[in-house]
Ligand binder design. Structure first.
Ligand code: PNS
Length: 159
């Protein structure tokens, strides 16, 4: 069964990597797909985000990295995907994720969204928090892989 793990991944964190590693053990193939959405004003280009994810998942044989635009459900149908995987951190995530899962279900009855609870050590972690911590000179080495940490510092501090 092929699953997609969609997201902005701006940038990928250890929280995302945890979800990818765990779901790669449960599904035949996982496609991690980056949403091309310039309206969100991302810090990193789609290419940069894809490269970070490829680097972070190179130890996982059944994970491939891609990008998509438009409706997730159209991308899912075009790529023979039957499951959408999402990570859930909190009740705030739940409200938003429920809305998306039900919308996607309404658009295509055959596609299920499956939620993995975030591991407790990453419950507080988010991509925007990483950017904030770097902005104020904090250490993000526990939150993101070294290559991502260096790239965020370069973007924010210009060094
Ligand atoms: O990491 P994010 O920003 O929470 O990911 C959100 C994402 C990419 C999964 C969501 O915005 C999405 O699926 N966008 C594609 C557009 C779409 O299909 N919208 C309607 C279904 S809710």
């Amino acid at each position: 069964m092929i699953a997609v793990y969609p997201g902005s991944f701006d940038p990928i964190t250890y929280g995302h990597i945890d979800i990818i590693e765990r779901s790669s053990k449960k599904f035949e193939k996982i496609i991690v797909s980056v949403l091309k959405n310039p309206a969100k004003n991302p810090m990193f280009s789609v290419n940069e985000r894809v490269k970070f994810i490829e680097e972070a998942t190179k130890h996982l044989d059944n994970v491939i990295v891609d990008s998509f635009s438009g409706l997730l459900i159209d991308y899912v149908k075009q790529n023979n995907i039957s499951i959408i995987v999402k990570g859930l951190r909190s009740t705030t995530d739940f409200e938003y994720e429920l809305q998306m899962a039900l919308t996607n279900k309404c658009l295509d009855q055959n596609i299920e969204t499956v939620f993995l609870m975030t591991s407790s050590n990453y419950i507080y972690l988010s991509s925007s928090l990483v950017k904030d911590v770097v902005k104020f000179n904090g250490d993000v080495s526990k939150f993101v892989p070294p290559v991502v940490r260096e790239a965020v510092i370069r973007k924010i501090k210009g060094v």
